[in-house]
Design a protein around this ligand. Structure first.
Ligand code: AHR
Length: 353
C-alpha cells in the first residue's frame, strides 16, 4: 500500500454496489445504466486504492465488463475503487489518469478506447511509480515498461475463427469464393478490437478470394450498426454476408436489413443475408444466434474483474504477472453441419448458443 499521508478522493465502491444491488444486478446492467454509474467522490483512507478508467458504455459487452470490474474490487476484499467513465473520449481518460496520479492511487486500471496517444500520460504514471494494468484493449507505445501487463482477448484470433467458420460454410454449401459479397461493419476505428477483427477479415478475404466490398465503422453501437447497414443497402444490392464487429451492431444491422425487406439467415442459396458477429454477451443477440438470424458469434469474454484482481494480488505479494494474458473464447453457432473449425493447427468445437 502507498504512503499514509495522502488524501484520497475516492468513489465509494459501496455506493456502486448498493446501486447494483438495488435492481441492476451486474449481468443485467444496460448500456445507459453503466453510463451513469459514475458516483460521487468521498474521502476514504483505507485499503488498496485502485483507479479504473473505463472507456465508455457503448455496448452490452462494455456494461458487463464494467460490472465485472466493480464486483471484483470491493471494500470487503480491501479495495477502494475510483471508477471513471471516459464517455468514449480519450481526453477524458487522460484526465482521469492524471487525477488518479494526483490522488496517489496504488494501481491504475486502464481500458483504453484506442491504441495511440498514451505515451505521455503513461510516462507520468511511471514517474509516479503507479503500476498500470491494461484491460481489454491495448496501447501502442514504444516502451512497453509504461504498463505492467495487459489482460484481454486475442481479437485477431476471434476473426480467424470466424473466417474459418465462413470458409467451412462455403465448402459445405459448395459456394464459390467470389460469390461471397461481404461488408464489414467495423468497431471503433483504432481500437484493438477493431484492428484485430478487421485485419482477420481482410486477410481471410484475400486468402479465400471473397469479395470484401466495404468496411465502415459502426462504432460498436446498435444505432450506428442500423444506420450504416441502411446506407450500405442503398449502395450495394448484392450483399450476402454482413460481418459485424460486435453484437450490438449486428442487432442494428438485422433491423435495417429486415426493414429493407431482406430475409436474414444462413441460407445464402435461398437469397438470405448472413449476419455474423462478436461478443455473445447480450441475451437478445444470443437468442438471434439460436434462431439462426446471427449465423455465428465469436465469443469475446468481458468478465475480466476477477482476473485483474488476481493480478493485483500477485503484485501486492511482490510477484511478477505475465506481461500478456489472453482469455480463452468459444465460437457459437446453431448451424449444425459445421461441428468444428481449425485455426493455426488448433481445433475449436462449435458451441451451440
Ligand atoms: O474491446 C472489446 C469490444 O468493445 C467488444 O467486442 C465490443 O462489444 C466493445 O464495445
Amino acid at each position: 500500500m502507498k504512503k499514509a499521508n495522502r488524501v484520497k478522493k475516492v468513489i465509494g465502491v459501496l455506493l456502486l454496489q448498493l446501486a447494483l444491488l438495488a435492481g441492476c444486478g451486474s449481468s443485467t446492467l444496460s448500456v445507459s445504466e453503466t453510463d451513469s454509474l459514475e458516483a460521487e467522490t468521498a474521502e476514504e483512507g483505507q485499503g488498496i486504492v485502485v483507479g479504473f478508467s473505463q472507456l465508455g458504455a457503448e455496448s452490452d459487452w462494455r456494461s458487463a465488463n464494467t460490472a465485472s470490474m466493480l464486483d471484483a474490487f470491493t471494500q470487503d476484499k480491501g479495495y477502494t475503487l475510483i471508477y471513471k467513465n471516459g464517455q468514449q473520449k480519450q481526453s477524458n481518460q487522460i484526465t482521469a489518469i492524471r487525477t488518479f496520479i494526483q490522488q496517489d492511487v496504488d494501481y491504475i486500471l486502464l481500458a483504453p478506447a484506442t491504441e495511440s496517444g498514451w505515451e505521455s500520460v503513461l510516462q507520468e504514471a511511471k514517474e509516479a511509480k503507479i503500476p498500470v494494468i491494461l484491460v481489454d484493449r491495448r496501447v501502442e507505445v514504444v516502451d512497453d515498461s509504461l504498463y505492467t501487463c495487459w489482460i484481454g482477448s486475442d481479437f485477431e484470433l476471434e476473426a480467424k475463427k470466424m473466417a474459418a467458420w465462413l470458409k467451412a460454410y462455403t465448402e459445405v454449401n459448395r459456394i464459390q469464393p467470389e460469390e461471397i459479397h461481404v461488408v464489414n461493419i467495423q468497431g471503433t476505428i483504432g481500437s484493438t478490437a477493431q484492428i484485430g477483427r478487421s485485419r482477420g477479415l481482410r486477410n481471410a478475404a484475400l486468402e479465400n478470394g471473397w469479395d470484401l466490398m466495404e468496411e465502415i465503422s459502426g462504432d460498436f453501437t446498435e444505432t450506428k450498426g442500423r444506420e450504416v447497414m441502411a446506407a450500405l443497402l442503398k449502395r450495394f444490392d448484392n450483399i450476402n454476408v454482413v460481418y459485424c464487429e460486435n453484437d450490438n451492431e449486428a442487432m442494428g444491422a438485422i433491423d435495417a436489413l429486415e426493414s429493407a425487406g431482406k430475409k436474414v439467415g444462413s441460407n445464402l442459396a435461398a437469397g438470405e443475408v448472413m449476419v455474423v458477429s462478436f461478443d455473445g454477451v447480450n441475451e437478445e443477440a444470443k437468442e438471434l444466434a439460436r434462431t439462426g438470424k446471427i449465423s455465428c458469434i465469436a465469443e469475446c469474454n468481458p468478465l475480466h474483474g476477477p482476473r485483474v484482481e488476481a493480478i493485483v494480488t500477485q503484485l501486492q505479494a511482490g510477484q511478477r504477472p505475465d506481461k500478456y494474458n489472453y482469455v480463452d473464447e468459444k465460437l457459437y453457432s446453431a448451424y449444425l453441419p459445421i461441428q468444428s473449425i481449425e485455426v493455426d493447427g488448433q481445433t475449436y468445437e462449435i458451441v451451440r448458443p
